[in-house]
Structures are given as structure tokens and as C-alpha cells.
Design a protein around this ligand. Sequence first.
Ligand SMILES: Cc1cc2nc3c(=O)[nH]c(=O)nc-3n(C[C@H](O)[C@H](O)[C@H](O)COP(=O)(O)OP(=O)(O)OC[C@H]3O[C@@H](n4cnc5c(N)ncnc54)[C@H](O)[C@@H]3O)c2cc1C
Length: 395
Amino acid sequence: MARGGGVLVAGAGVAGVTAARALRARGHAVTLLDPGPLPHPLAASTDVSKAVRLEYGADGAYTALGERALEGWRRFNADEGERFFHETGVLFLRRGPMVPGGFEHDSHTTLVARGHRPERLDHAGLGARFPAWGGGGYTDGFFHALGGWVESGRALARWIARASREGVALREGASLARVEDGDGASVTVALRDGQRLTGDSLVLALGAWTPWYLTALAPALRSTGHPVFHLRPREPERFTGERFPVFGAAIAETGWYGFPLHPTAGVVKIARHGVGRAMHPEDPARAVTDEERAALGEFLAGSLPWLADAAVVSTRVCLYCDTHDGHFWIDRDPSRPRVVVAAGDSGHGYKFAPVLGDWIADVVEGAPAEPRWRWRPEVTAGRTEEAARRVDDGG
Ligand SMILES: Cc1cc2nc3c(=O)[nH]c(=O)nc-3n(C[C@H](O)[C@H](O)[C@H](O)COP(=O)(O)OP(=O)(O)OC[C@H]3O[C@@H](n4cnc5c(N)ncnc54)[C@H](O)[C@@H]3O)c2cc1C
């Protein structure tokens, strides 16, 4: 048994790696475990891109957190001397007028109330400014110059390398099997290879694997799969960032959102922020279905005719660790006070990476959880409060 002391962190996705770095920066000895290879190919964090938006409908609290994260992304680019975060701005569109209570209207109102200046767009303005949308029948919405997208997998790989240089003991290949205790002076975990590690605290940052390890939380946390498509457009110049920024196409009703042409991969990513399908992260049937492909075809034909005949060069099913209310889960296990669970991303956590690690480290160091991210096993049903999320899967 290795009596390392310090903090054990299980899971090297964006939650685990940023927590490990924040705790290390505060002087803790930190051991980071992950079965690897890193970045793990099945991890939600490992993707070509993730959107960074301030738009959360009427929920000014997430918009405020997004503003802090945005500063962090710009600093990250500056510190690294290269661009991981592409500030293309974001476009949120709808067919028909923006209405109170709707994601676009309420986001626009929240942004203006916070001093931002989103640019309202009608059909003509949209077609003139962002020609790929000309034939899609969208008649209202706005472009907001703040925000864009980040090369998530590449950023994660950079943070993992930095964590090692900063003194985080990286145990790639080490897989947590179970937590043995954690209510006394220390916490011990057993690894799949039979080893056991002991530390002062444990952070479980297992993403969509969480409900499969903490089965008592299974009613409150679910792993759901969501389709992602990578398309190679016939006319890539139509989809570069300044002409085709990150978008949501009536996202709260349709779930559809997407990204500009990826500068190196040469693909346009389109995905759906919807209900998803319940599945285990390592489910062999983790693949996009014919229905999901057909739904994409229908969306493109109706919204983005310039992409309707683009080749789908790759697909992926990526998993959320879903809470029923759509809020994160970052809190101490009341029955094992040396164990902190950082999960519940509900498909919208990556953008907060620049500030996420400190949120988790605060709880490890004894700070109370954010009320909406508290330990809440009683919340086993209900409608998501994440305003951009589509809630019914009526096809
Ligand atoms: C399709 C899709 C699109 C998304 N788009 C966006 C977006 O545009 N913007 C945004 O902000 N967010 C987005 N998200 C959400 C974002 O990806 C997540 O919030 C974030 O990546 C979750 O990170 P994580 O570290 O919690 O989990 P993960 O990245 O999944 O990492 C979990 C880690 O746990 C490890 N692990 C598993 N089992 C064990 C074990 N036994 N022992 C040790 N380690 C283990 C895994 O190997 C993995 O590395 C999206 C998510 C999906 C699925």
C-alpha cells in the first residue's frame, strides 16, 4: 500500500486535470489516476472542439461564470503563445421572432443587461453577413462577438503535460476499482491492478463513468450518449470562422449546434444538445444510429443547404454525465467527507475549464458547495434548467 498522503484525483478529463493543477498550485501533493491513454479517447473532454458561450437564457449566474472563463481562455492562448481558443463569436438563430421565455430572447436580454452588445440579425442581415445561412429560413437571432470554440482535446493534452511539469504524479494506466473508506483520517482506493493508494482526500472526476462507480447516485446521475458529426464541405471557404461562427439553430427546440471549419482537421462539426440515449461509456453499441444520421440530413437540407451534400467523414457518440436539473455536481460525499465528487457536466462543462479546477479545489479544502451543485441525491427527476438544452426527443 502506497501511503502517499496528499490528494488522489481519479479521472484525467478536464475536471480531474484542472482540479489536480489547482490543488498542486496550492501546495498539495497530488496523484492523478486514469486508465489512459491520455487524453482518453472515450472521454467527453477529448474532442476536436467545444463551444465557449456566455448565452444561458435568463440564467445570469452561468453567464457571469462564463465571463470569468472567457478571460481564462484568452489568458491561456497568451500564456501558451498559440491559439487553442478561437474567438469567432457565436450565432443564435430562430425561425420566427425571438420571444420572451425563449433561449435566444432571454440570452439577448441577459447579455444586454450585463453590458454586452449582441447584434440582432434579421433574415436579410443574416444572409448578407453569414451567407451559408442564407437559404435556411431563419428570420431572427443575434451574433455575439464574444465567445467561440476551443480545441478541447489539444488543450487537455497541454494541461496534462503541464500538470506533470508542475509536479502532479501522473499514474496513466491506473484505474480506480473502488473507494475503500474515507470517513476517517485518510481515504484509501483500490485499483484494478490490485494496488491500493491512500491519501488525505480523493476527487472522483469520472465524468459519465460516475454513476457506474457510485451506483448509489445512479438515480441522480445518468450517462447519456449524444451524436457528433464531422463533415467535409464541398466549399470549405464558406465555413471559415469569420463567415460561419459557432451556432445554435433554435437550439432549445432542435438541439442542433455546430462549429466553423476546423483549421487543421478541415471538417465542420455538427452535434445535437438533446435528450441523448442512456448508455455505458464503454458500450460496444456506442455509435451514431441511422435515425440520428437521417435527422442530421433533414436538418441540413432545411437549414444549411451548402452542407446538405457534404461527406460525413467521421462520427462519434460522446457522453454527458447528466443531472436531472442540468446543474453540475461538485460537492463532498456526506457519508465520506474525504471524498469529493466532481461530475454532472450535463453537456456544458468544458467551457468553464479555466475556472473549474479552483471550484473543485475550494471544495476539497473545505469550502461549501455552490447551492445548485450540491450533493442532491433526492433530485431524481425533473426538467433541465440549462436553457440551451432540448428536452423532448420528439424525433
Ligand atoms: C457531444 C458533447 C458535446 C459537448 N459540447 C460541449 C460544448 O460545446 N461546450 C461545453 O462547455 N461543454 C461541452 N460538452 C461537455 C464537456 O465535454 C464536459 O463537460 C467535460 O468534458 C466533462 O469532463 P470530465 O472531466 O467530467 O469527464 P471526461 O472528460 O469524460 O473524463 C473522465 C475521465 O475519467 C476517466 N476514468 C473513467 N473510469 C476511470 C477509473 N476507473 N479510474 C480512473 N479514471 C477513470 C476516463 O478515462 C476519463 O479520462 C460536451 C459533451 C459532449 C458529450
